[in-house]
Design a protein around this ligand. Sequence first.
Ligand code: FE2
Ligand code: FE2
Length: 228
Amino acid sequence: MLSRRILCSTRRLNTLHRPFSNASKTVASAVYTGSPNAHDPAVNSTPELTQEQHQILDTALRVDQAGEVAANWIYNGQLFVLGRDPKVGPLIQDMWDQEKKHLMVMDKLQVQHRIRPTVLSEVAKVAGFALGAATALMGKEAAMACTEAVETVIGEHYDDQLKEMEALPSTHPSIPLLRDVVKEFRDDELEHLDIAVENHSQRAPAHALLSTIVGGGCKVAIEVCKRI
Ligand SMILES: [Fe+2]
Ligand SMILES: [Fe+2]
């Protein structure tokens, strides 16, 4: 199963060189702060970007931005309910802080590339908050099961997107940049998945059903946001 394979590889990555607090400080920070190392597409004009590359960037950035909006509101909802819990409260806050960085980067890339955001941004906020709060009200394990399901789908989504981008020629600075961002974010999301599992997501009541519903909803949302 992909999530199990990704889980193992993520643990290996974490063991090697990725303390949690240092995540999202490389490519993402470079993009957000406008470092010259970030292959800033605002600096590099885009005449050689093909129609196909434009289409891939358009779809990828729209859905990724929407996903980060939803993730932020899920953690917001979870923290609203569990913020005072001494164990999971700080964990949820840390993951939310990371999602805030993801969203800042996606917002910047969306503006740089003049991508139209999904028309469902407000729906994503409400649905995300409701999902986070509802699962948190079911208990800490259910909140972690929600995180496990969401981050599994998002991790797989970023992994698929990375494969799609690796097949593209690196003739334009936007493609390598986005590839680096997606790789970094995929690793961050899978780290969130690991945290959820380590904090007993699989002890949640009706774990399999909850995972199916939440994961299925995320997959549908991804496909919808690619189009509108
Ligand atoms: Fe994220
Ligand atoms: Fe995440």
